[in-house]
Design a binder for this molecule. Structure first.
Ligand code: HEM
Length: 143
């Protein structure tokens, strides 16, 4: 019995498991989805001229809710780990992460509004890179 208490003592609490699982779920859909759709592009193009556009519109219906899930659970994270009481280095990393999140959202939005293939590609790249940076910085913040 004492042994099992010892095992649970090293696990995250139930609210922490829910909070971080939802945050990571949002990240996996938002970022993983972008990478998978990018990887499917050659195949989608071979399926017809408007196939990539249709898939992109369908993906947007899944990816934007995931983005807002990240923002909501991200605010929950900040409150749960008492961000305001963390070190100035932690808060500097958090601020850079927030700039990456804004860049990721703006990049993805401009990608959907772009009218030339070149602009679509550039904005998709900026959005995806900013998201990867936000993810890595999030892992650093979680320590
Ligand atoms: C593009 C959007 C985002 C991505 C890809 C992302 C990704 C991640 C990842 C992978 C972690 C590490 C989780 C773990 O180690 O279990 C994390 C942690 C964290 N994220 Fe995000 N995140 C995003 C947006 C946000 C936003 C908008 C906020 C705040 C408003 C935020 C605040 C945090 C905080 C404070 C932590 C540390 C949590 C802890 O130590 O328990 N994130 N993030």
């Amino acid at each position: 019995m004492a042994g099992s208490v010892g095992v649970f003592a090293v696990l995250a609490s139930a609210p922490t498991v829910v909070r971080l699982s939802l945050h990571v779920l949002g990240a996996s859909v938002w970022l993983g989805g972008q990478l998978v759709v990018a990887g499917l592009l050659p195949t989608l193009r071979s399926m017809g001229e408007d196939a990539p556009r249709k898939v992109a519109a369908a993906f947007a219906r899944v990816s934007w809710p995931a983005f807002w899930l990240l923002v909501i659970t991200g605010l929950w994270n900040y409150a749960a780990v008492h961000g305001a009481s963390q070190s100035s280095a932690w808060n500097a990393v958090f601020l850079i992460k927030m700039l990456c999140v804004v860049a990721a959202g703006i990049g993805a939005y401009l990608h959907t509004r772009a009218t030339t293939p070149r602009r679509r590609g550039v904005f998709a790249g900026v959005g995806a890179l900013a998201t990867v940076a936000a993810m890595v910085l999030g892992v650093a913040l979680a320590g």
